[in-house]
Design a protein around this ligand. Sequence first.
Ligand code: NAP
Length: 286
Amino acid sequence: MTALLIDGALIARKLLEELRPRVAALTAGGTKPGLAAILVGDNAASEVYVRNKIRACSDLGLKSDVHRLAANCSEDELIALIEKLNRTPDIHGILLQLPLPTHLDAERTTRHINAAKDVDGFSWENLGALVAGHPQLAPCTALGVMAMIDHEGLKVEGADAVVVGRSVAVGKPTALMLIARGATVTVCTSKTRDLARHTRNADIVVVAVGKPGTVNGGMLKPGAAVFDVGINRLADGKITGDVDFASASAVASRITPVPGGVGRMTVATLIANTVSAAENFVKAKV
Ligand code: NAP
């Protein structure tokens, strides 16, 4: 079998185009959706991610600002900026680009973002809403994976799914979304004794680990759909995922490439969350 490629760039473009009328309606009503990105320090990858997000905002007619803090800024300075943005009426989404320098606690600082503006979906309110089955602003990468699954017309209800990785940012929310849709979900971690024993049973495999080659073709059920969330920079500068693409694409029915896969979706779903946050803001005013 040679897997079909799941084209993240194409699906993300479609998702962004679907947002255009919603942005136009908001803007016509006097509310231009606004995203504020906070960038701490000078991490080169973070610069690229933020640039892509800001470009997507301007392509779609959203307002966007980047707020830069020095790498040695204090946690109080960062929290003061977040609280100022919480009070800024024309900002509907706040994005704190991770990772932060090691002296700053990402979880503690993120918790200061008002849940209504938490377009990354990492606040306890938004994560709790997802656990309770009433998602509000949900984590973007997990939303991106689910949008790809839907775009490909994959049946989730009754499917056996394996999520490799249990991070709050990716693994756990993806597992929760799959559970909500009726999949039977196994979550594997660094402590899992025999990863292949689990992945070999799965119709849907989502890998979010951060280690190239975590899953290869020999660990897959023929015909599985594979979503590779990993982004790893190799010694030669090339970007690769967590899945061994060559062997996996010989066994899977569908697979996401890296780059050009899930990463493209994460930007689109962030913009979708910002538009939803602006719509919620308007609804709350009337
Ligand atoms: P993370 O917080 O470091 O979590 C990694 C998870 O992988 C942990 O739960 C860990 O288990 C698990 N793990 C580590 N080694 C494993 C192994 N050998 N077998 C099974 N599980 C293992 O990372 P993350 O934030 O979820 O990100 C994961 C990857 O996705 C990274 O490459 C990141 O750059 C990428 N990413 C991509 C996007 C995108 O838009 N495409 C977005 C976010 C992240 P323990 O909990 O037991 O340690």
